[in-house]
Design a protein around this ligand. Structure first.
Ligand code: 5GP
Length: 124
């Protein structure tokens, strides 16, 4: 999957479409998912044009990687799910059923999330 500059998260980063922003750093941005699957459902994305975790881990600078990882942890604290626990999820590529081709980590919590496996019934 190649990077598409017109993907929805690129548009959010450019301010072309609105979002419910939670947190922002030099290299990361977090906003609430438009279709939440839990009381807390926030997406954390790097600001750089990376499609996947493989892409990001190979091409991003150490500063970007550190900033992004810290942002994920910070968002969990900001959203109040750190103490009771939460789930991080990154859907990657076709088999991972990634809908938006810009790397993103879902931070979900605020309730008991049940067993992560088997995965949901999402099949396409
Ligand atoms: P994926 O399946 O790629 O891991 O997840 C993409 C996520 O982006 C979905 O959970 C979906 O609800 C969310 N999403 C798609 N379009 C928008 C949007 O325009 N705004 C926000 N805030 N979330 C979106």
């Amino acid at each position: 999957m190649s990077y598409d500059n017109n993907n929805i998260f690129a548009k959010i980063l450019r301010g072309e479409i609105p979002c419910d922003k939670v947190y922002e750093t030099d290299h990361a941005f977090a906003f609430r998912d438009i279709n939440p699957q839990a009381p807390v459902h926030t997406l954390v994305i790097p600001k750089g044009a990376y499609v996947s975790f493989a892409d990001f881990s190979e091409k991003a600078s150490a500063e970007e990687v550190v900033d992004f990882v810290r942002a994920v942890g910070h968002v969990a604290r900001l959203e109040g799910v750190s103490d009771d626990g939460y789930r991080l999820l990154a859907n990657i590529g076709k088999n991972g059923v990634q809908d938006v081709p810009h790397l993103h980590v879902h931070v979900t919590g605020g309730k008991h999330l049940g067993c992560a496996f088997p995965p949901s019934a999402k099949t396409d």
